[in-house]
Design a protein around this ligand. Structure first.
Ligand code: UD2
Ligand code: MN
Length: 559
């Protein structure tokens, strides 16, 4: 019976994973399974192995999986489960498949509560900010395409758990014609069972529209005074909505975004993001950017609205009428990309105001790759960016076009209605936008050196927050006081934040070995950064923003 099973395709797949797991568990006990598995007899061998261990109490115990998720297994498979094999392997499959389809760890997501607690990442001062008693309500629009069930549900529950119900008009889910057909049904069932007040609504597009048209489709279903767009893999944080609605109440032309915290795609750990603003480069990629010097000089600056030249795109709040007045989105744009810069330029150039609100925090799963393409294989980012350039960028569009010679022949569709919109709204020029909203941007005509850096940045899709990117170490050394044999050493525990630094004989202690990173930081034990502060430097959490954690070598000698 087992032999039969082993031949079935499914188990074959399972068996191929066996050696790796066994090696860990059986551990030198009898045999090196990894080696044998490479031999021609590996299948026989595995069966032998299987028989041998099937009845070993001791090993069965060791092989117990962390948990079992196999209500659907056949009886034979259940036998294997007793051995701890199938469940483990199933988990591996779930995880691998999950990465393929969603580009994040669904296994971890499945294990987490749909109501899990997340750290309150706001500045302490946010707790004492007061908002008007009567805030406008919101329709929250979430479009999804093949989203992972539990992750989507956690997004919804986090909203319901952390939004005052009188402010939540409804949550409008738009299934953008997901290929995973059961998804729609499962969500519908879940909604019918769990959200009986009818505040969570589910719609489906008639064909795959892409996130831009799907959002417009959703906005047309909405009746709330404001619209809040969110991605389908997010968790909102404490009191996230009040700052957004408060600011829109002050003036309907305020379009506001929360700080986007990071949900790690592999671990689902929720961490705080630093205060940065949105910019872009001439490849028309969104990028995060340091705040202009002096923006955060007083305590209160950490809770005040911060003007941002662009938004990342996924998460923002806007008065519903104003969204319509401003021309919704460019529905000639396909699937993904470019709409974030388009709406940002449009907001600024046509009389609006785009801001980030530090006291509103929403976590987002930043994945390393986008797990889907466009049905017809179009490079939608390029297609959409061409529309942005031709409608909004006036003479500045040359900076974009000249970089990508191959784009001359690329068709980008009819843009006449968007040009018309620009005229009707009486929008300002792109030159005005650059000079007044984003004067810090480096123009290609600026000096050579800056140009070089800029070119390097061009191809990069830059929306991953800086601090989640891998830190690259370029060097490791001791820091020696000139003409002495004393080295910069962290006192006591090098893991202690705020730790003091002293000079001690150079001994290559762990507390003396500094890593230099490609961002000119000096990191001790791959953990804490050297930060300058009067009257002497100390160790602090790496904030990845340069400034007081940026150290440069002097002149030719490099000292
Ligand atoms: C970022 C934005 C995203 C969007 C995009 C540029 C954040 C956190 N995310 O990329 O919102 O502005 O830049 O276009 O700022 N979706 C559909 N139909 C599709 C494809 C995607 O409904 O055909 C959904 C998808 O399930 C998700 C949302 O649109 O909920 C955004 O897609 P994404 O998460 O792949 O985009 P992201 O975060 O990489
Ligand atoms: Mn996203």
């Amino acid at each position: 019976q087992l032999n039969q099973l082993a031949q079935s395709e499914k188990l074959e797949k399972h068996y191929t994973h066996l050696p790796r797991i066994n090696k860990e568990i059986v551990n030198n006990n009898v045999i090196d399974i990894d080696d044998k598995s490479k031999s021609k007899e590996s299948n026989n061998y595995k069966n032998e192995w299987y028989k041998k261990y099937k009845n070993s109490e001791q090993n069965i115990k060791k092989l117990q999986p962390v948990f079992k998720t196999n209500s659907k297994l056949s009886k034979d498979e259940k036998d294997l489960t007793e051995l701890g094999l199938v469940a483990n392997l199933q988990e591996k499959e779930i995880k691998d498949e999950g990465y393929k389809i969603h580009a994040y760890n669904v296994l971890v997501s499945n294990r987490l509560s749909l109501h899990r607690k997340i750290p309150d990442t706001r500045n302490k001062l946010c707790g004492s900010v007061e908002y008007p008693l009567k805030l406008p309500n919101a329709s929250i629009i979430i479009c999804f395409y093949n989203e992972h069930f539990n992750t989507l549900l956690r997004s919804i529950h986090s909203i319901i758990d952390r939004t005052p119900s009188e402010l939540l008009h409804d949550i409008i889910l738009i299934d953008d014609y997901s290929d995973i057909k059961v998804l729609h049904l499962e969500i519908k069932n879940y909604i019918d069972k769990n959200f009986v007040d009818g505040k969570v609504k589910l719609f489906k597009t008639e064909k795959r529209e892409g996130l831009i048209r799907a959002r417009v489709f959703g906005a047309k279903k909405a009746q709330g005074e404001t619209l809040i767009f969110l991605d389908s893999h997010i968790e909102v944080n404490k009191d996230w909505i009040q700052p957004l609605l408060g600011r829109i109440k002050e003036n309907r032309t305020n379009v506001v975004v929360p700080v986007i915290d990071v949900i790690n795609p592999d671990t689902f750990a929720y961490t705080s993001s630093p205060l940065v603003r949105g910019g872009f480069n001439w490849g028309l990629h969104f990028k995060w950017e340091n705040l202009p010097k002096g923006t955060l000089s007083k305590g209160e600056d950490f809770v005040k609205p911060i003007k941002s030249p662009t938004m990342a795109g996924g998460l923002f709040a806007i008065n519903r009428q104003y969204f319509i007045y401003l021309g919704e989105y460019d529905s000639g744009m396909n699937i993904w990309g470019g709409e974030n810069l388009e709406i940002s330029f449009r907001i600024w150039m046509c009389g609006g105001n785009l801001e980030m609100l530090p006291c509103s925090r929403v976590g987002h799963v930043f994945r390393q790759r986008r797990p889907y393409g466009s049905p017809d294989g179009q490079d939608t980012m390029l297609h959409n960016s061409l529309r942005v350039a031709h409608v909004w960028m006036d003479e500045y569009k040359e900076y974009f076009l000249s970089q990508r010679k191959e784009v001359e022949k690329v068709k980008y569709g009819d843009i006449s209605s968007r040009l018309q919109l620009r005229k009707e709204l009486g929008c300002k020029s792109f030159d005005w936008y650059i000079k007044n909203v984003y004067p810090e941007i480096v123009l290609p005509s600026d000096d050579d050196n800056r140009l070089k850096n800029k070119w390097a940045a061009l191809e990069q899709d830059d929306y991953q927050p800086w601090h989640t990117r891998k830190r690259n170490y370029v060097n490791q050394y001791q820091i020696k006081l000139t003409n002495s044999s004393l080295c910069l050493t962290s006192e006591k525990d090098y893991k202690a934040k705020g730790g003091l630094l002293t000079l001690k004989p150079c001994m290559r202690y762990k507390s003396q070995m500094w890593y230099e990173t490609d961002r000119n930081e000096l990191v001790l034990s791959q953990l804490l950064c050297l930060q300058s502060r009067h009257p002497k430097p100390f160790l602090y959490k790496c904030h990845e923003m340069g400034g007081d954690q940026e150290w440069k070598h002097k002149g030719e000698s490099g000292s």
